[in-house]
Ligand binder design. Structure first.
Ligand SMILES: *[C@@H]1O[C@H](CO)[C@@H](O)[C@H](O)[C@H]1NC(C)=O
Ligand SMILES: *[C@@H]1O[C@H](CO)[C@@H](O)[C@H](O)[C@H]1NC(C)=O
Ligand SMILES: *[C@@H]1O[C@H](CO)[C@@H](O)[C@H](O)[C@H]1NC(C)=O
Length: 437
């Protein structure tokens, strides 16, 4: 029993702490995987799991899940295992938690009936969940030096088996096999890779083209420098009571024309509207890859659309168009200028970041406007409704970060961000997946 307990402790350390201290283990090469965007659902998928379709990228998600073929059998974990402890932090159903207390004894006695159960959820609604065995999935990716894919690497990752009904009833792309959580939890895909490979708790997402895991320079497309040396950065925050997502210290939102000499229009937000309340876990500005468009709590949304409407109306020539739900502010493209490379000439949105950021985050037309109907260009931001309004103040959606390089560095609690890459020569689809000879 004592030996087992010790063994258990070692396993927990290896799983959870190897990433922080390297655990004295070898550091392996960073990994790269291609991403794609599903046209029907606008969700992003990662090609990393062997023998099935891709997994949906869920930036705030705590774990990996996939439908398992029950007939074929799959590996399971005992309730007392380190992996089960890591999973239960989020999800173990009551029966799993009861079992956990006596898990060591159960293993000692060779009682393998006590299998660990996790709780995979539909990433889009997070409301529909199922109980599923914790298991191990075979995966592969390519090693990378940040410039090319080098050679294939196979590995195992712990994840939950989901019943087929969850896969079918979740709003996932038709060919997807499940979900890959990229959140802060120990069983998210980046956390597991960092622990296994000792390459630093860092991962990059460039939607919809590529994901890169580990501490590496990043070269995309024909832009010659290492992007890590040129892009901006901001401190990141965690939500102590929340979902394991990534929060940004946004203090204010303003809207301004870059080529009109007028002062920026600041959204008149209620005091503290964007703050994350550590006690309740509410509020804050977070990022999501399972939400299409940025969603704002009603008080923030009202102030923001007011500011945007004022700013775009200021030069006097932009004509409005009827709303195209879910969008409210729409404009006549015949009244707007088109700018080479950067798209429509409209005011930029600026997320004013707090202390420690090297730059404010500017969201240009390519990420802020969507052509919603003929002759109609709309502000691609939506208002939260109902119960959602008790969640974050702002959830920045996938459309707003496409063709942007985002690098999450958990040890330093820093997000590196490039802004829209258009015109720089770097593109999210520009990673060179051809291995050098
Ligand atoms: C690794 O890269 C090669 C091309 O260099 C590609 O054909 C292969 O599919 C990649 N493997 C994985 C697992 O992404
Ligand atoms: C962000 O914008 C605000 C308001 O214009 C400014 O005071 C602040 O210095 C900017 N922050 C950075 C890092 O440039
Ligand atoms: C991709 O890398 C290969 C191997 O180094 C190289 O031969 C090829 O020219 C690169 N492709 C581009 C578009 O840079």
């Amino acid at each position: 029993m004592r030996r087992l307990f010790f063994h258990h402790l070692l396993a927990v350390s290896a799983l959870l702490l190897a990433a922080q201290w390297g655990g004295g283990r070898a550091v392996h090469a960073p990994l790269v995987s291609p991403l794609a965007k599903d046209p029907a659902t606008s969700l992003y998928t990662i090609f990393i799991k062997d023998g099935s379709g891709p997994l949906v990228v869920d930036l705030a998600g705590p774990l990996i899940w996939s439908a398992c073929a029950c007939a074929s059998g799959h590996p399971t974990f005992p309730c007392g295992s380190a992996e089960c402890a890591a999973a239960s932090g989020f999800s173990c159903p009551p029966q799993g938690q009861e079992d956990y207390g006596g898990g060591g004894a159960a293993v000692d006695g060779g009682d393998h009936r006590c299998m660990c159960t996790a709780r995979p959820c539909d990433p889009v609604t997070r409301a529909r969940c199922a109980a599923g065995d914790l298991t191990s999935f075979a995966m592969s990716a390519n090693a990378t030096d940040g410039r090319n894919a080098l050679y294939p690497v196979s590995f195992q990752a712990v994840g939950a088996c989901a019943p087929n009904w969850l896969l079918r009833s979740s709003s996932l792309p038709a060919g997807a096999a499940g979900v890959a959580g990229f959140g802060r939890a120990p069983l998210s895909l980046p956390s597991q890779l960092a622990a296994q490979r000792g390459f630093g708790r860092r991962f990059a997402l460039c939607l919809p083209g590529v994901a890169i895991f580990g501490d590496t320079p990043i070269h995309l497309g024909s832009y010659p420098p290492d992007l890590m040396t040129t892009i901006a950065s901001t401190p990141l925050a965690a939500n102590p009571r929340g979902s394991g997502g990534y929060y940004l210290p946004v203090e204010a939102i303003s809207v301004s024309w870059s080529n009109w000499n007028v002062a920026p229009t600041r959204a008149a937000l209620p005091p503290g509207a964007l703050e994350l309340d550590a006690a309740t876990g509410r509020g804050g500005v977070t990022l999501s890859t399972v939400r299409r468009y940025t969603a704002m709590r009603p008080d923030v949304y009202r102030a923001f659309v007011q500011a945007f409407g004022e700013a775009i109306g200021r030069p006097g020539y932009v004509k409005t168009m009827p709303a195209v739900p879910p969008f409210e502010l729409c404009y006549d493209t015949f009244s707007l200028r088109r700018v080479k490379v950067l798209g429509w000439d409209v005011p930029s949105i600026r997320l004013e970041l707090g202390a420690g950021a090297t730059m404010n985050w500017t969201v240009g037309a390519g990420n802020s406007m969507v052509q919603a109907a003929e002759r109609t260009l709309c502000l691609a931001v939506v208002e939260m409704h109902g119960a959602e309004a008790a969640a974050p103040a702002v959830v920045i959606g996938g459309y707003q970060v496409e063709d942007n390089l985002l690098v999450f560095e958990e040890d330093k609690e820093v997000l590196h961000f490039s802004g829209l890459l258009w015109g720089s020569g770097a593109t999210c689809s520009g990673f060179n997946f051809t291995a050098p000879l």
